[in-house]
Design a protein around this ligand. Sequence first.
Ligand code: NAP
Ligand code: MG
Length: 400
Amino acid sequence: MGKISMQNPIVEMDGDEMTRVIWKMIKENLIEPYVELNTKYFDLGLEHRDETGDAVTTEAAEAIKECHVGVKCATITPNAARQEEYNLKELYKSPNGTIRAVLDGTVFRAPIIVKGIDPYVRTWKKPITIARHAYGDVYRAFEMPVGLGKVDVLYTDPFGVEKREEVQSFDKPGVLQVQHNLKPSIESFAKSCFNYALSTKQDLWFSTKDTISKIYDHTFKDIFNDLYEKRYKPLFEKEGITYFYTLIDDAVARVMRSEGGFIWACKNYDGDVMSDMVASAFGSLSMMTSVLVSPDGNFEYEAAHGTVQRHYYKHLKGEETSTNPVATIFAWSGALRKRGELDENKELIDFAQKLEKACVNTIESGKMTGDLACITSAPDPQKLNTEDFIKEIGNTLAAL
Ligand code: NAP
Ligand code: MG
């Protein structure tokens, strides 16, 4: 049988350290034997980012706008230690931050579920995807300590008309915080959530505390609700999925009793806290996928973990590593599936499905990397090194 062809390219963004090593192995062992890969390649490895003054990161993000689909390897976000290690000209920004700024997206994180790696919450059977709004609130707040006296807010509109309101009269010293958000940002967050729910055919939940925050949180609720009623309702009904709004505390209680299988859209702070809780309650960071979805329909897939620096240094010393490639493989399968859906390429969609099944079946057969071997409930787990595990997934794939 010939290889599966791709009508249109995906943007491939190579990265750093252990994940760069795994990236090459995944392509050679699991993808290239089956697919005539059509990618626009960008090397986001730190050395090449430095050579290009980080222009390569922006070029890659712009390319995603053209191709609509990208897959990214984990990359180093440089700090002072990395600047010295790589002799960098500058302390470049986080590539993910740069890409997010170009695409204006929302990040969705979902765990990969396999038998034997059991969620700590007994009722959870399907993944719970957290969608976190990534602008404003406490992350862009103004704060100051205050003594005795009075605090007012003063709003001046573009014509110079002023509106002043008292916030609080202090008869004891205190602290002050002022938060804001922007309606276009909330709207694009909402659109990304609705589009992602449609594209993955899952229900969408959204929660705030609008009973207490009658203007601020209520604005979020209203924007989601208006968009749903005016645009997304018929599309949701066609797919047989629902949009559900509830208070954040009610949502938490329902999530804990649920069996999963939905998207939970959260405001910035709620998403920060809840995504870490959900990720660890599902078992392992190395089994967490991440996709950036922009409101105008661009998708960028990656693993949620970093470059696994500690394993890379062992690898450099020639020592054996047991690094889990599954989230990175799922980044590839996610991107290939999306490419297949956009191009109506059924063979490519089927291949993506098989690739994921091969990962799951291999782990469920008891063969896994060290991070899983130490938490699995499987009776006799066999811990494999990085390369052998990828080859074993290749064997499972070949037999599917
Ligand atoms: P990390 O790469 O996520 O690794 C932290 C630890 O988690 C590892 O040392 C390892 O634990 C475990 N781990 C993570 N992924 C694993 C996998 N696939 N298989 C097995 N174990 C895994 O985080 P980090 O070491 O803090 O960061 C390293 C670099 O990654 C940093 O330069 C950071 O800037 C970058 N980073 C990039 C992204 C991204 O591109 N999306 C995200 C986060 C961090 P043990 O050592 O105990 O085995
Ligand atoms: Mg957090």
